[in-house]
Design a protein around this ligand. Structure first.
Ligand code: ARG
Ligand code: ZN
Length: 877
């Protein structure tokens, strides 16, 4: 049943042009497709023509204008195969579909009255029978016919080449896309939408019209997206030399969408949550996320669309590279170290556990049951880390030479990760053969480092050992090629300029070491005193690195390291140690103490040693409960994690009460809301301080939160107050939640936040409250944003309640997975991942979770999506 990379064969037939004609209706939508098909000259015996297709009614098939006899084709649930076709012919297919009943949100569907599409990865086959694979690229012309009043706006890829009215109140518009593309980049939108327009002039003087389409009434929430789009277009010109190749760039926001957004050629479709923002309704984090996603989809126009994928195993070729580009863009727009901290936090909370569990897979997987299950943190986030490591190994200049060569060499082609690596090699004369293991070996490498100072010789040696854990289907692992950025600090906290034995004088204080062996040592000369090493600076590789720092060393690095990322890292490690000591105390029934080192180090930060407010806020942000679970040895104890984390927070809040109060007051906003990095950093530190004050039970702090909640003029501050109130369930929280809902009930994105805050609070979000949220009139299982806001937030953000020892939440959640599976298999499979790490828990919880997984698996109509996750989790499929 699984699809395997090793079984890839080129298509037997290629398609040069696709002419689509849609008749959109309330009951039925008919699709007429006319394809120019020809045998693939690269294949000797083309044989039968195989077309994918599902969930449609086939009305007619004709070859060169004549109906194709039924005896010469085979039709089943998933495909249509034509036997004995000529070498070269026109194929016409008419199908009938019911978009208004499509709740899977793949193919053509309706979202709040608007027709829209999601074709990646395999949605096009729900629109017409077609060789629905990314290495079949064609030129598309699309004609859309629909009721003029209900659907005044009719859009598809490319340029609008014609329009007209028809009898019966209908009208039509025709679009032509000059760029050949795979079917997964096809898009269509029809609805009654408002349009906000602007324009961008490219470096070479091409005028690109920019249109963002939203529901009427949301026109005042697209400024930020438009500004971000123009910034992304300019950034790609300078950072990668990539110009926009379009005359019109259109973006449409829809409410019901499985993911964040989609890069369809010239017609991006976005989840409203990834577009709509104004200060009253969106937080700083939303503004930043929108800018990143707008950039991401725009960057795909080169990394994904101009150069596309040979097959879905290559997904990371476009996603890893595009996430990396997005991260660079965001780092340039705000703060590079803060961006890095956020990227690494996401990698550690989402990807490391995946890499360590039953659904672990390589960045380039070698088999799948359902490709939709592979839009994972490994393909996206670890994939971006793989690109970043190549950047680290080559340096900025050679990396750019490599990407230029890649784009030039493969423009218009459908390629593999191999072509990317080869272009970088050819441009840099570096050998990446061992490095390619990052694409094929799953599992997060562990690196153990020891330091050895020799005062006689004035040398300092780092001994490194790498180990790659076993993952499903992969027992033996080869040593990887890993860039490890290292600095050495002297006793005053100054960076030395380390040179490896045998090298001449060096100026740079960060050295990129290249670990290639299972065990390898690096010796630095001319080291006057025992240094404190700063390892894996800026997180130069996605590994778990261990070094026997003393707490004082960590406090020293936190205060002095020139690498801002590693300052944060040192603070996190100090906090992690305190948390694990607290867990031990909790489990033995002892009083939880907080040592002076952490309090002193964090106090010094708050008192302004660094000047970098964003960094201070990041440093004082506690690792979340699910990340701590990932770090814990078996069995994970969700109660110990929760109580230890909470009491450390309370104790820090009390010990540093005056500092938090000072920071809260000192960073009040003056004047208008602004989303510049400095203003965002101030709000971040202010609201972090407020959260600690509330956690510490400080009366002044709680009063300040209530006050800020009432007076706030932007959503960042309003939630900055409400979130800690809900997290601690302080008196007045219920009323605050009610008034919040009353005020914002017409703003879907805000209602999602309201749901998520409750569902992810371990104190407030009890199972009964979660159930009540599902019964709330604003909740809707058909809307993925609502499902994520309640069920996603509960499973991922509230492990204390999710893993309640009696298993009641497990049974409830499995019911939800089953219910969702009948509506939207992709969302159901995503939820089912909530059980995937059940073996990390104690025997009783394991038993309870296994019972639910088995119950889900017994469902006779189970989707392929959920089946794959459940069987892999159970580890016997
Ligand atoms: N290519 C899109 C992006 O990352 C996401 C594709 C959505 N895929 C899906 N299975 N829903 O930008
Ligand atoms: Zn993407």
């Amino acid at each position: 049943q699984p699809v395997r990379l090793a079984e890839y064969t080129p298509p037997a037939y290629v398609v040069d042009t696709v002419d689509l004609h849609f008749e959109l209706g309330e009951e039925w939508t008919s699709v007429h497709a006319r394809l120019a098909v020809r045998a693939n000259p690269d294949r000797a015996e083309p044989g039968a023509l195989f077309l994918n297709g599902r969930e449609m009614e086939l009305l007619e098939v004709a070859v060169d204008g004549r109906p194709w006899p039924e005896t010469d084709y085979e039709l089943n649930e998933e495909s249509l195969t034509l036997h004995g076709v000529p070498e070269h012919f026109t194929l016409e297919i008419t199908t009938s579909i019911r978009p208004q009943e499509n709740t899977a949100l793949e193919g053509l569907y309706k979202s709040s009255g608007t027709f829209c599409t999601q074709c990646e990865p395999e949605g096009f086959r729900r629109i017409t029978y077609f060789p629905d694979r990314s290495d079949v690229m064609a030129r598309y012309t699309t004609t859309i016919v629909a009721d003029a009043e209900r659907y005044p706006v009719l859009l598809s890829n490319g340029n609008r080449i014609g329009a007209g009215t028809l009898p019966g109140g209908r009208h039509w518009v025709q679009w032509e896309d000059p760029h050949p593309k795979p079917s997964y980049l096809f898009a269509l939108v029809a609805g009654d939408l408002a349009r906000v327009s602007d324009a961008f002039t490219t470096l070479s003087g091409r005028e690109v019209a920019l249109h963002i389409y939203v529901e009427h009434g949301n026109e005042d929430k697209v400024d930020h997206a438009m500004r971000s789009l123009k910034a992304a277009m300019a950034w790609d010109e300078t950072a990668y030399g990539r110009e926009c190749d379009l005359d019109v760039y259109q973006v449409v926001a829809v409410e019901d969408f499985n993911m964040g957004a989609m890069e369809n050629k010239g017609l991006n479709i976005f989840n409203t949550s990834a577009i709509l923002a104004k200060p009253e309704t969106a937080t700083d984090a939303d503004f930043q996320r929108i800018e990143a996603i707008i950039g991401h989809e725009y960057f795909h126009n080169w990394s994904g669309n101009r150069v596309t994928l040979r097959d879905w195993f290559q997904l990371s070729l476009k996603e890893g590279f595009t996430v990396f580009r997005e991260q660079q863009f965001a780092g340039d727009r705000y703060s590079a170290p803060v961006q890095r901290i956020e990227d690494v936090r996401r990698l550690r909370t989402a990807q490391f556990p995946e890499d360590d569990g039953p659904t672990a897979h390589p960045v380039r997987p070698d088999s799948y049951i359902e490709i939709s299950n592979f839009y994972t943190p490994t393909v996206y986030e670890k994939g971006a880390e793989v690109i970043r490591m190549m950047y680290n190994l080559l340096g900025a200049e050679d990396f750019r030479r490599g990407t230029d060569l890649y784009f030039q060499r493969h423009d218009g082609q459908a390629v593999t990760t191999e072509e990317f690596a080869r272009a970088l090699e050819d441009a840099s004369e570096r050998d990446l053969s061992q490095f390619r293991l990052w694409y094929t070996q799953a599992g997060t490498p562990r690196i153990h480092v020891d330091g050895d100072y020799d005062p006689e010789a004035g040398t300092y040696t780092l001994h490194m050992r790498q180990e790659i854990p076993e993952t499903p289907g992969q027992r033996q692992k080869e040593p990887m090629h890993i860039p490890i950025a290292v600095g050495l600090l002297d006793g005053d906290g100054n960076g030395l300029a380390p040179r490896l034995t045998g090298e001449g004088e060096r100026a740079e204080t960060t050295r990129m070491l290249e670990l290639r062996e299972a065990e390898q040592s690096f010796t630095f000369s001319g080291i006057p005193e025992e240094p404190v090493p700063s390892l894996l600076r800026s997180f130069s590789a996605p590994v778990r690195l261990e070094f026997g720092y003393r707490d004082e060393d960590l406090a020293f690095l936190l205060a002095n390291d020139e690498d801002l990322f590693n300052r944060w890292e040192a603070g996190q490690e100090l906090a992690r140690r305190a948390l694990f000591r607290a867990m031990t105390a909790y489990r033995s029934g002892a009083e939880i103490e907080l040592e002076g080192t952490l309090v002193d180090a964090f106090g010094a930060l708050l008192r302004g040693g660094t000047g970098d407010k964003a960094l201070v806020a990041e440093a004082l942000t506690q690792p979340d409960e699910s990340y701590l679970a990932d770090l814990m040895d078996w069995p994970v104890d969700p109660e110990a994690i929760h109580h230890a984390r909470r009491s450390i927070r309370v104790r820090l809040a009390q010990a540093l009460r005056d500092d938090f109060l000072y920071n809260y007051r000192a960073h009040q906003a003056d004047g208008e809301y602004s989303a510049d990095p400095e203003a965002i950093a101030r709000r971040r530190l202010k609201n972090l301080s407020l959260a600690y004050l509330v956690a510490g039970g400080d009366e002044a702090g709680i009063e300040a939160a209530r006050e800020q909640f009432r007076q706030a003029t932007n959503m960042t501050d309003r939630l900055g107050a409400l979130r800690p109130m809900v997290a601690e369930d302080v008196a007045g929280t219920g009323g605050a939640l009610e008034s919040f809902y009353e005020q914002w009930k017409d703003e879907a994105e805000v209602v999602d936040k309201w749901f998520a805050i409750q569902a992810s609070s371990p104190v407030y979000g009890t199972l009964d409250r979660i159930k009540a949220l599902l019964d709330h009139p604003a909740f809707n299982h058909k809307n993925p944003n609502k499902v994520r806001a309640v069920l996603g937030a509960f499973a991922r953000g509230n492990p204390y309640r999710f893993h309640a020892a009696d298993g009641t939440a497990y049974a409830f959640f499995a019911d939800q997975v089953l219910h969702m599976d009948g509506i939207n298999p992709q969302m159901a499979a995503a939820l089912a991942r909530g059980f995937s790490r059940f073996r990390r828990y104690d025997e009783e919880r394991q038993r309870l979770m296994r019972e639910q997984l088995e119950r889900i698996r017994r469902e006779p109509q189970l989707s392929r999506d959920t089946f794959e996750i459940v069987t892999k989790s159970l580890g016997d499929g």
